[in-house]
Design a protein around this ligand. Structure first.
Ligand SMILES: O=C(O)CCC(=O)C(=O)O
Length: 247
């Protein structure tokens, strides 16, 4: 993660990295999504849900792990799903924001070290133009000191901003940032986006939702991202590469 990326992520609470995936990776992910939507039985059971099958390479994509190591230290994966949104289909209303002491939402930065807590990684598989229905963000709200006034918890608040990006771009944001889904407006293409969620190894927010058979179908080294919640393995060897907390 570059110093500029750290500055932007800390300042705004989110970071856009354009064109992380190449066109064959995008096509392979779209093909898996299309098969899951239309003919899931044609896939082996462990590839019928994300992050199984083709999507598994995103779990520890090097561009993402580089950022996550910086803003989370050692991390686990909590969930993975995709959205296929045609014009008129929306997402969740504004949520998140404001400084707090909950370890799952406790964004902080100390001595140049960010702790982002629950963190979302979004891969956009189609081009997104600002205003078409990409995720909305209220920049800086992840470390706001005052309650967000109701007028700015509405998606039409002028404080919300969004992004334009080419296909294959990734958007990483701290879940303590106030953010929102919004209706997709482009009639010519859907929003096809993958939402992966990560947390510090010692924290878990969501009830585990990735079924065991999906986890067991992942390549061995990726299964470690779904291990139980703990930080320190006293006296015993770790059984995966992602299991040690180094600070
Ligand atoms: O649908 C969206 O664009 C936003 C999704 C969201 O709110 C989240 O990932 O927490």
């Amino acid at each position: 993660m570059t110093e500029e990326q750290k500055f932007i992520f800390d300042l705004k609470g989110y970071l856009l990295i354009p064109e992380v995936l190449n066109s064959s990776e995008i096509e392979a992910l779209k093909a898996q999504i299309e098969t899951i939507r239309t003919d899931p039985e044609s896939l082996p059971p462990h590839e019928r849900r994300f992050p199984g099958g083709t999507a598994s390479f995103l779990i520890d994509h090097p561009v993402v792990t580089d950022v996550l190591r910086e803003i989370l230290g050692e991390f686990r994966m909590e969930s993975s799903w995709f959205t296929y949104r045609t014009a008129g289909q929306g997402g969740p209303p504004p949520h998140g924001g404001v400084r707090n002491v909950n370890p799952n939402f406790n964004y902080q930065c100390h001595d140049g070290k960010i702790y982002s807590a629950l963190t979302r990684v979004v891969f956009e598989l189609n081009e997104v133009k600002a205003g078409e229905g990409g995720t909305l963000f209220l920049p800086g709200s992840h470390k706001a000191n005052f309650r967000i006034p109701e007028v700015h918890r509405q998606t039409d608040s002028p404080l919300f901003e969004t992004y334009s990006c080419p296909p294959g771009s990734v958007v990483i944001f701290t879940e303590n940032l106030c953010h929102s889904g919004v209706a997709w407006t482009n009639l010519d293409r859907p929003r096809i986006a993958i939402f992966n969620c990560y947390n510090f190894v010692g924290c878990q927010f969501h009830k585990p939702s990735v079924p065991l058979h999906i986890i067991e179908g992942l390549p061995h080294e990726k299964q470690a991202y779904f291990r139980d919640v703990w930080v320190w393995n006293q006296g015993g060897p770790d059984n995966g590469k992602n299991l040690r907390y180094e600070e």
